[in-house]
Design a protein around this ligand. Structure first.
Ligand SMILES: Cc1cc2nc3c(=O)[nH]c(=O)nc-3n(C[C@H](O)[C@H](O)[C@H](O)COP(=O)(O)OP(=O)(O)OC[C@H]3O[C@@H](n4cnc5c(N)ncnc54)[C@H](O)[C@@H]3O)c2cc1C
Length: 359
């Protein structure tokens, strides 16, 4: 661990995803900044499904932390404990903090190196290309977007999507579900609702999958697209254990500080703010908290900090390269218009720009 330069304070960010990477970038020249993330890169979640059908697209979607963090320390490890003064990492380091930000969003066992992650996308692509029939388990945004990508790029593949809920995309309204269902059916995707596939009994290469209602699905390969859990289990062993709610979210105040901990903030999907969990909202958290920490670093008082105000939320789920279904506060639309907003490059250029990189 490097010593704090010029008496600047230590700001530690745990999690280099959508919110954590932006926050780390924003504070690197105002503090002795440390980013703790198990991966050496920021993996933009909403581009992953395109990378599976077009592996060359992935190159720019995996942003090495070193690309935007020229003045910080990057620790590629998992945080496993937080004390009143330090963060402990899996590889045995104790990282001191003056201000701490928890941005651990969702957990997924991704490769540590960018090269290995690119290799993973290539393998997924080969798996899709070499299969005539594909089963997708899960009808949330990941399952629906993956079905859309495959149906668009490989229209001859037989795709079956199994979802345990009564409708697709339950995180948004029923109109959006209906529109997504209609689009998938127009692409000849078989959607089976209110059924599950026992993941323990699934074995690649068997060619047959049984659902909970006894339906047999023939498929050469399968993809599991059930929601990733929040990465908060580890927090239950830390000084923040009483601040984790039943759903695994961190309880925060209106400045996005963890309740009862003045020097510890939380941003992104891990927070218990009552709003839709979306990446652009996570970026909004990061911008606000970066501003407030910067003020605190300059000696500003509590009263000078800006509060967080949840705004109106929207979500766009892409359906292949040209279409999408979008839910705005008073309207749900589908087709080319929302497709023009998201589906062409999946916000890649915009997201890179936010990180100060060329598109
Ligand atoms: C298919 C799909 C499409 C989406 N489309 C959109 C969209 O179009 N627009 C939009 O705004 N949002 C979209 N979202 C939602 C968006 O991706 C999330 O809201 C966003 O990723 C939340 O950001 P986050 O920083 O809170 O968490 P994440 O992005 O999940 O980042 C968490 C980071 O923490 C790290 N981490 C976890 N545990 C630890 C630990 N113990 N120690 C250290 N690091 C740890 C992880 O490795 C990861 O880097 C989409 C999501 C999906 C799945």
């Amino acid at each position: 661990m490097e010593e704090a330069a010029n008496n600047t304070k230590n700001v530690v960010v745990i999690g280099g995803g959508v919110a954590g990477s932006l926050l780390a970038k924003s504070l690197q020249f105002d503090s002795n900044l440390v980013l703790i993330d198990p991966k050496e890169y920021y993996d933009i979640p909403w581009t992953d499904l395109r990378s599976m059908v077009e592996p060359t697209f992935a190159e720019k979607t995996l942003i090495k932390h070193s690309e935007y963090l020229s003045n910080g320390t990057i620790i590629n490890s998992r945080a496993i404990d937080i004390t009143a003064t330090e963060v402990l990492t899996e590889e045995g380091r104790a990282v001191p903090y003056d201000f701490l930000v928890v941005a651990t969003g969702h957990d997924e066992a991704l490769p540590q190196s960018k090269t290995d992650r690119l290799e993973q996308f290539k393998k997924d692509y080969e798996k899709i290309k070499s299969s005539n029939s594909i089963l997708i388990i899960g009808g949330g945004p990941t399952g629906v977007e993956l079905a859309g990508e495959i149906a668009t790029d490989f229209p001859d593949k037989k795709i079956t999507l199994v979802h345990k809920g009564q409708r697709l995309l339950e995180f948004i309204g029923p109109k959006a579900s209906t529109k997504a269902m209609k689009w998938l059916k127009s692409k000849k995707v078989d959607v089976l609702l209110e059924q599950t596939v026992d993941l323990d009994s699934v074995s690649e290469g068997s060619g047959e999958f049984k659902t909970s209602t006894g339906t047999t699905i023939s498929a050469d390969c399968h993809f599991v697209a059930v929601g990733k859990p929040l990465s908060s289990g580890w927090l239950r062993e830390t000084i923040l254990k009483d601040c984790v709610d039943q759903r695994g979210r961190l309880k925060v105040d209106d400045k996005l500080r963890v309740i009862g901990h003045d020097k510890i903030f939380a941003v992104g999907d891990i927070t218990d703010v009552k709003e839709m969990k979306q990446g652009y909202i996570a970026q909004g958290h990061a911008t606000l908290v970066a501003k407030n920490i910067n003020l605190l670093l300059k000696g500003e008082k509590e009263s000078g900090l800006s509060p967080y105000k949840p705004g109106s939320a929207f979500a766009i789920v892409s359906l292949g390269r040209k279409s999408a279904v979008a839910q705005f506060p008073f309207m749900t639309i589908s087709g080319r218009l929302p497709g023009m907003i998201k589906s062409k490059d999946l916000f890649l250029g915009k997201t890179r720009k936010v990180m100060g990189l060329d598109s």
